[in-house]
Design a protein around this ligand. Structure first.
Ligand code: PXP
Length: 242
């Protein structure tokens, strides 16, 4: 069964809108786990626009399954990861002006520095995933620089419609099969919601999906435990080909 990592960044976005104490992403994480989340993901951004350092520290204490830290490959973030020791790190590109992560890492352009960053994080006992576009060249490069895992960017699939979306789905299927054949643990995420998740969740070889915005959005209306339960149900149906 494909695992579900729930990204609680946007619970913190609502809190930071007022710079107050609620809603607390720590409480949200606990309820998400009770709803069936296989892990919790947070992106500690350089500008701290949503998740704060305090959140990451507390999550490390309370997440019993998989705590996934998304981060840019900067000196500051490497030191934080090595001190907090999440269960895995996902390296993502980060631009200050962006609304959300735009596109995967340009792994070919930063190959040498990535090799060094991955080694340092892995030497600290933390497995490393790279967030990449569904491209064979990027997958080969991820393997070469020593990543344990990749997360295939599903944003182009999520943002397209009709024939274009079918094309993007084929690209993702090909990327996942290729990545699995190279022995990389293979995840996917970005832009997935209750309407577009099934074709992705049914792809053979996929390890985990990382989903945030749609679950937090539904949680505003039905509560986070129920929102996670509904997403798990869709993933289960897709895996069983219902
Ligand atoms: N995976 C990665 C690498 C991301 O950066 C994000 C967004 O923080 C997600 C998954 C989740 O994307 P969404 O919030 O669109 O579900």
């Amino acid at each position: 069964m494909v695992l579900l990592g729930v990204n609680v960044d946007h619970v913190a976005t609502v809190r930071q809108a007022r710079r107050t104490f609620e809603p607390d992403p720590i409480m949200a994480a606990t309820l998400a786990i009770l709803g069936g989340a296989d892990g919790i993901t947070v992106h500690l951004r350089e500008d701290r626009r949503h998740i704060q350092d305090r959140d990451l520290k507390l999550l490390r204490e309370i997440v019993p399954n998989e705590l996934n830290l998304e981060m840019a490959a900067t000196e500051e973030m490497i030191n934080i990861a090595l001190s907090i020791k999440p269960d895995m790190v996902t390296i993502v590109p980060e631009k200050r002006e962006e609304i959300t992560t735009e596109g995967g890492l340009n792994v070919l352009a930063i190959k040498d520095s990535l090799k060094d960053v991955i080694k340092r994080i892995k030497d600290g006992g933390i497995p490393v995933s790279l967030f990449i576009n569904p491209s064979r060249a990027d997958i080969e490069c991820s393997k070469e620089v020593g990543a344990d895992m990749v997360e295939i960017h599903t944003g182009y699939y999520a943002d397209s419609k009709g024939l274009q979306q079918l094309k993007e789905l084929e690209r993702i299927k090909d990327a996942i099969a290729y990545s699995v054949s190279l022995g990389l643990k293979t995840n996917a995420g970005h832009g997935l919601n209750y309407y577009n998740v099934k074709p992705i969740a049914s792809i053979k070889g996929l390890r985990a999906l990382y989903i945030g915005h749609s679950i937090v959005s539904r949680a505003v209306l039905v509560g986070i435990k129920e929102a996670v339960r509904q997403m798990k149900e869709l993933i289960k149906e897709a895996c069983l080909n219902v």
